[in-house]
Design a protein around this ligand. Structure first.
Ligand code: NG1
Ligand code: ZN
Length: 544
């Protein structure tokens, strides 16, 4: 490690004094102008992690669904997964170190993690379409270079595409080719083969409107569409040619406001979907004949996918298991439907895809989705073995095994991926002959409301039981319990956000009015018991 060079270059990416950031569920995220030093340092850290694991590591520059002025950075571990927990701590230490402490912190990390500094390092870098992203990704590469590492700059990529590249490079090409062409071909081939098996792929299955949040998803979907156009035609909206990134559009807007994005003309019963700003989330929706808006969120996506996969598993008749992983934000109706009607076991983890991903790996088929539309399905080697052995099986079973094989190729195994999920969903709808209304009708969502409360220090709230119960501050959980009792079919919980300086409140109940009241009352309890700052929480009717 050339400490002199590190000090010299670090000064060119100096840390604004006093700024303290935390590596949270989505890496570092804040206003773009505060991030230059973080990017340089994450380049250093990625090089160390690559040396330690003797593998390619990824760095993605994006702030996903946050406003255009923000940016962020996330490290991608060798199998496409989120950074290991001990390295998240190193990331926080390194990002917050004052200039004069940088050398010591780097040496500390190298010693603690037994990094062989002589080892080569290779880092791949991707970025979204934010105006600040190009320069910030350059700072990442500066960091990698100063530590003597090599890099490949993929330039503009969706977040899941970067995960895919990392995964491909560390599995000796067995998973796929680590190029955009490789990604497009792998997914499209699987999709087109699946669609061919649909007996009822009439016109109504052939077209889909996609709101791209004015982000990277638009560019990449446009590059990809001709690869799968024989199976599906997509019409892109909010493609970045006019509007602002994530402004009044995108999956996060649609899910949290429970209304359609601006800039998209929706006729009744047309199937539509929205990506978020870095294309790792997707939600579907439509307008019914009466003009009512229907949201089909990550929970209903998980239901569609897991019921289809369960049918395929039953077809090939093996005792392979399937499980669905959700978070506390999953709609109560979805959990009930999965457990009681579909008889699929459901597990709840903490918020943040790394927790869901980890749990899903315990099953032969693990389907995980956050309600906000971030998720995928993972498959064990036992499933792949079964498919390989299917040559000897009877015709019907062989067909199911073939479908499963294509589905596995179509799902991004490295991360939740809006493009990949969209193609899986489109294929399943066509194969099952389901309209968007029939899909929506699987169960009815319980009305719900999500709110944010500002507090002086959100760490005063700690939780247990996969974030469904507050442990501290004292009295808060009791207050929530009392409020919940006042409503029917109700549930509420609070947790500190991992990506924003707020406490999130979630409530659901038998009517929208009740869910709104309950969410407001719980917000007031948080404000009073957890050190609220600023204005007291307003009733929901004043906010929307
Ligand atoms: P936080 O801010 O911790 O609630 C949000 C989402 C997560 C996840 C991360 C990363 C909700 C309620 N929370 O986390 O699900 O997607 O951002 O982007 O949607
Ligand atoms: Zn995202």
């Amino acid at each position: 490690m050339d400490l002199g060079a590190i000090t010299k270059y670090s000064a060119l990416h100096a840390k604004p004094s006093g700024l303290v950031l935390q590596y949270g569920t989505a890496g570092f995220r804040t206003k773009a102008e505060h991030l230059d030093h973080v990017m340089f340092r994450m380049g250093l850290l990625a090089a160390l992690r690559s040396k330690q694991t003797k593998s390619t590591v990824g760095v993605m520059v994006t702030a996903s669904h946050n406003p255009e002025e923000d940016n962020g950075v996330k490290l991608v571990d060798p199998l496409g997964e989120m950074l290991a927990p001990s390295w998240e701590e190193h990331a926080t230490c390194l990002a917050n170190a004052e200039e004069q402490d940088m050398q010591r912190v780097l040496i500390d990390i190298s010693e603690k993690e037994a990094v062989n500094l002589q080892q080569d390092a290779f880092v791949v870098v991707g970025r979204d379409t934010r105006p600040s992203s190009e320069k910030l990704s350059q700072s990442v590469m500066d960091g990698v270079t100063v530590l003597g590492g090599q890099f490949h700059d993929y330039g503009l990529l969706t977040t899941p595409q970067l995960h895919y590249m990392v995964y491909c490079r560390n599995t000796g090409g067995r998973y796929g080719k680590a190029t955009l062409e490789g990604y497009y071909q792998k997914l499209s081939k699987a999709f087109v083969e699946l669609i061919k098996q649909a007996s009822c792929s009439g016109d109504e299955y052939r077209s889909l409107k996609v709101d791209c949040a004015n982000g990277i998803g638009a560019l990449k979907l446009r590059e990809m569409e001709h690869y799968f156009s024989q199976g599906l035609s997509v019409q892109l909206f909010n493609d970045g040619s006019k509007g602002k990134l994530n402004h009044l559009c995108g999956a996060d807007f649609v899910k949290s406001h429970q209304k359609p994005p601006q800039g998209m003309e929706i006729k009744s019963n047309e199937r539509c979907c929205s990506f978020d700003g870095d294309a790792d989330r997707i939600v579907y929706y439509y307008h019914d004949a009466d003009g009512h808006f229907h949201l089909i969120d990550g929970d209903k996506i998980a239901t569609l996918i897991s019921s289809f996969l369960k049918e395929l598993l039953m077809e090939i008749g093996e005792n392979l298991n399937i499980g669905v992983v959700q978070t506390a934000y999953a709609n109560g109706s979805s959990t009930r439907y999965l457990e009681e009607v579909m008889k699929v076991p459901v597990y709840c983890t903490k918020t943040g895809v790394k927790h869901l991903h980890h749990k899903a790996q315990e099953f032969d088929i693990g389907v995980y989705f956050e309600a906000n539309g971030h998720g995928t399905a993972l498959f064990s080697t036992a499933v792949e073995m079964k498919i390989k052995q299917s040559e000897q099986l009877e015709e019907k079973k062989r067909k199911a095994a073939k479908m499963l094989e294509n589905i596995i190729d179509l799902f991004n195994q490295a991360a939740g991926d809006a493009i990949s999920d969209m193609l899986v969903i489109e294929a399943i709808l066509a194969l099952k002959g389901l309209t968007v209304q029939q899909w929506d009708a699987l169960y009815t969502d319980l009305p719900n409301r999500q709110l944010k409360v500002q507090v002086a220090d959100r760490r005063v709230i700690s939780t247990t039981n996969a974030e469904r119960q507050a442990v501290t501050p004292p009295g808060l959980q009791e207050a929530i319990n009392d409020l919940v009792k006042k409503y029917k079919l109700s549930r509420a919980f609070v947790r500190p956000s991992g990506t924003e300086d707020v406490v999130r409140v979630y409530a659901e109940a038998d009517s929208q009015e009740s869910a709104d009241h309950l969410a407001h009352e719980v917000s007031l309890a948080v404000f009073q018991l957890a050190g609220g700052i600023g204005e007291r929480p307003q009733p929901v009717s004043c906010l929307y």
